[in-house]
Unconditional design. Structure first.
Lengths: 254, 296
């Protein structure tokens, strides 16, 4: 069984079929891209996997355990980390604290430690800071630790979202349009970061992206979605030459 | 002198209550319009334990706080799962229900006539120590993992869940801490005035406290403490304005909310680190001014 198995999921909102029979298997070290025009149901797929929506039909398994109808925070703790298309960092917390929030559910001190300076609290806070600083370093954010996220340039905010998702210690990482709004230099930095993560830490990475060059470049498998349906699955080269895909992206030749 | 001590105690008791409300409203983004009812429970229970059952004052306080937290848990259990705006409605209803109960259960509470004969145990020293302790505990809470998760929930509940944060649990913890602090303020209040009646614990009091948190700064404990002291003290020192002082009060609050929506302190906290930064900035500013003067 694969690390992440999504089996025949369906999701509709009122009369709109957002996902129709979507399936996917992901393994450690693998990068898969999900592409498609706006409104194709890409983000809905992520929202079902991460538990923000429950699927109408179908199931999701993570590491052999069914997570289909679990609460969202429990799914995260099972090992799914994600970023958001429209950046959702925490206001009122600095860069390090933002990342610490993702560590806090794993932190092991009790309410007593929450109210008083116990040794356990000191120890766990230090452990947390070390782990978080490690992920800030990987994403190249070490020097911005004390900044407010809203003061960072867009590209760094996107990286901070990734650092925060990494701190959840996930097995599967869902990246929702991580390159949106980035300039070409930032995109190439991001590409090498995603490659590094997949290689060194061995996540299974799912990537929603509009920039075809980026997706084609780093994904091993690509799913093409259109109006909720999967119209093609395969290696980048196969997908690139697929007739349906060309039609969906460029329109039909009359 | 007596008068000043009495004013100081009143101010400090309000500071403790507002520090409690800060945990709920300032940190977690939940609005309780029934918070004063928890103060009432703390005040009545501790009072009744001492006067009718002969408990010593400290034990009565401890029991009153524990009992109020228990009531808070019952109210909070269905409430913390609701959307933020519904929480205000539920707590408003709860607060008014407690008020009605205190009025009706005259055999135990004295009804609308109030409950009297409570011995005066709240001294200035006790109140000062309690205030410092309350601020210290809430500060420790704010800088702990719980505090960070509260702030994350206030900022973006969905993203918080995606980070593995158990939102209902964290909200409950914040709610209960806030209830405990407010209940303790209630104990101090009862043994200060030696007489409690239901009318002072209405929703207006709860709303006052929420205003104080906003006035001081939406995310600042420093601000909550400052504004509770300032806004409670202000009417006392404006006695010569007689009835006009509530107008003055309203104008001050309106001005701040209009021109500084994040409150006076915003998210700024009074810490050694921030003071140092402030000092560096001030020195820089003075230097630039001096340079400009020299040029002229």
């Amino acid at each position: 069984m694969s690390l992440l198995e999504v089996k025949n999921i369906y999701k509709s909102f009122g009369g709109v079929q957002a996902i129709i029979d979507f399936s996917l298997q992901a393994n450690p070290g693998q990068i898969q891209g999900i592409i498609g025009p706006n409104g194709a149901g890409k983000t809905t797929i992520f929202n079902v996997i991460s538990g923000i929506y429950t699927a109408d039909k179908g199931s999701v398994f993570l590491d052999g355990k069914e997570t289909t109808n679990l609460e969202q925070y429990k799914i995260t703790r099972e090992g799914i980390g994600r970023t958001f298309q429209n950046i959702r960092l925490f206001k009122g917390l600095n860069v390090l604290e933002n990342v610490m929030c993702a560590f806090d559910p794993q932190s092991k001190y009790s309410i007593a430690g929450g109210l008083l300076p116990t040794p356990k609290r000191k120890f766990e806070e230090k452990r947390g800071r070390e782990i978080c600083r490690h992920f800030l370093e990987i994403t190249g954010l070490s020097e911005y630790e004390k900044e407010q996220p809203s003061n960072l340039p867009y590209g760094l905010q996107r990286r901070l979202e990734i650092a925060r998702a990494l701190t959840c210690q996930p097995k599967v990482l869902l990246l929702d349009e991580p390159a949106a709004g980035l300039n070409p230099t930032e995109v190439s930095e991001l590409t090498s970061l995603i490659r590094k993560l997949s290689k060194e830490i061995g996540f299974a990475i799912l990537l929603i992206e509009h920039r075809l060059d980026l997706v084609m470049n780093i994904s091993q498998i690509i799913h093409v979605q259109n109006f909720g349906k999967t119209i093609a699955v395969g290696a980048p080269d196969e997908v690139r030459n697929n007739k349906d895909v060309i039609e969906a992206y460029l329109g039909k030749d009359n | 002198m007596e008068l000043y001590i009495s004013i100081a105690i009143q101010i400090l008791i309000t500071v403790i209550s507002v520090v409690g409300v800060f945990v709920l409203t300032g940190m977690t983004g939940m609005f309780s319009l029934g918070q004063a009812a928890f103060m009432a429970i703390g005040a009545y229970v501790s009072g009744i334990l001492v006067v009718n059952l002969g408990f010593p004052f400290p034990a009565a306080c401890a029991l009153a706080v524990i009992f109020t937290v228990f009531i808070g848990f019952i109210v909070g259990f269905p409430t913390v799962r609701l959307r933020r705006d519904y929480i205000s409605l539920v707590t408003l209803g709860f607060g008014e229900a407690i008020n009605a109960l205190l009025n009706r259960a005259a055999a135990i509470t004295g009804g609308a006539a109030g409950f009297s004969g409570i011995p005066p145990k709240t001294t200035l020293t006790l109140t000062v120590i309690s205030t410092i302790a309350a601020i210290a505990v809430v500060w420790k809470f704010k800088t702990s993992k719980y505090g960070r998760q509260c702030i994350a929930i206030k900022s973006d509940e969905l993203a918080a869940k995606s980070m593995g944060i158990n939102v209902a649990r964290i909200k409950m913890i914040a709610f209960l801490l806030s209830v405990a602090v407010t209940a303790y303020a209630g104990c101090l209040y009862a043994f200060f005035t030696t007489y409690v009646d239901p009318s002072v614990f209405g929703w207006k009091k709860s709303a006052d406290w929420v205003i104080m948190v906003f006035f001081g700064g939406v995310g600042s404990l420093t601000g909550a403490v400052f504004s509770a002291a300032f806004l409670t003290g202000l009417p006392e020192f404006l006695r010569f304005l007689a009835e006009y002082r509530s107008i003055f009060y309203a104008v001050v609050v309106l001005l701040v909310i209009n021109f500084k929506p994040a409150g006076i302190f915003g998210e700024w906290e009074l810490t050694m680190h921030n003071l140092q930064e402030f000092k560096i900035k001030a020195i820089k500013a003075i230097k630039t001014i001096k340079k400009l003067k020299n040029k002229n």
